[in-house]
Design a binder for this molecule. Structure first.
Ligand code: IMP
Length: 198
């Protein structure tokens, strides 16, 4: 089975390839780069499902018909901010989608917020489109809390600020293989992989 991945984010591609190895050895994941790059998509739907579907359909239009297409839309929802940055996570600090600026803005916005109010969760919605055009949706979440300052050099995005439940290290301090056992993306992928197995 061949799956084209609707993402230009190299970290996400790497995580999905590793996840696929843990669940599906018969699966080949090919990034959008192999098809000339991920088409430009304006993420204006206001929901993870809506934005994910837009990405999936944009890639579906340019990949060979025998490929499945998988799109991911994800984000960090902070309780104190009533779910923000959420679906706007990639553009929190502005339309140029600068991960460092996004992280810095969140650190600043949360600076005076005490530990008890620093709960947050990552969300990942996966949209899978079959060669026949059928759409399937899977969701995964990872709960945790935010640190006061970013720490750790692994991962991407908000990883250095997020400590998953039951851990004392940030997502950016643990190995990708470890993150891949508890992340929102891993949990959504587990559901998707189960569907593909069936
Ligand atoms: P998307 O690529 O439009 O789905 O944007 C997702 C944004 O959410 C990314 O740019 C990151 O800022 C954030 N994000 C999603 N998943 C993760 C993760 O696993 N770690 C850190 N940040 C993430």
């Amino acid at each position: 089975m061949k799956i084209a991945l609707a993402s230009g984010n190299l970290h996400k591609v790497s995580e999905f390839k590793a996840l696929a190895l843990t669940t599906h050895t018969e699966l080949t994941i090919v990034s959008a780069k192999s098809f000339g790059g991920m088409p430009e998509v304006v993420e204006d739907q206001g929901t993870f499902v809506g934005n994910g579907l837009k990405k999936a359909l944009a890639l579906r239009a340019i990949v060979p018909p025998d490929f499945w297409v998988l799109a991911d839309d994800s984000g960090l929802c902070v309780d104190y901010l009533k779910g923000l940055p959420g679906v706007e996570s990639a553009y929190y600090a502005g339309p140029e989608s600068d991960p460092k600026a996004n992280l810095a803005k969140l650190v600043k916005v949360m600076a005076a917020v005490p530990e008890v109010n620093r709960g947050a969760h990552f969300v990942c919605v996966l949209i899978l489109i079959s060669p026949e055009g059928k759409q399937h949706i899977f969701e995964g979440q990872s709960k945790g809390h935010l640190l006061n300052e970013p720490i750790g050099g692994a991962g991407f995005g908000y990883d250095p600020l997020f400590v998953p439940e039951g851990y004392s290290l940030s997502f950016a301090q643990i190995a990708e293989a470890q993150k891949n056992t508890i992340s929102h993306r891993a949990r959504a992928w587990a559901k998707c992989a189960e569907f593909l197995r069936r």
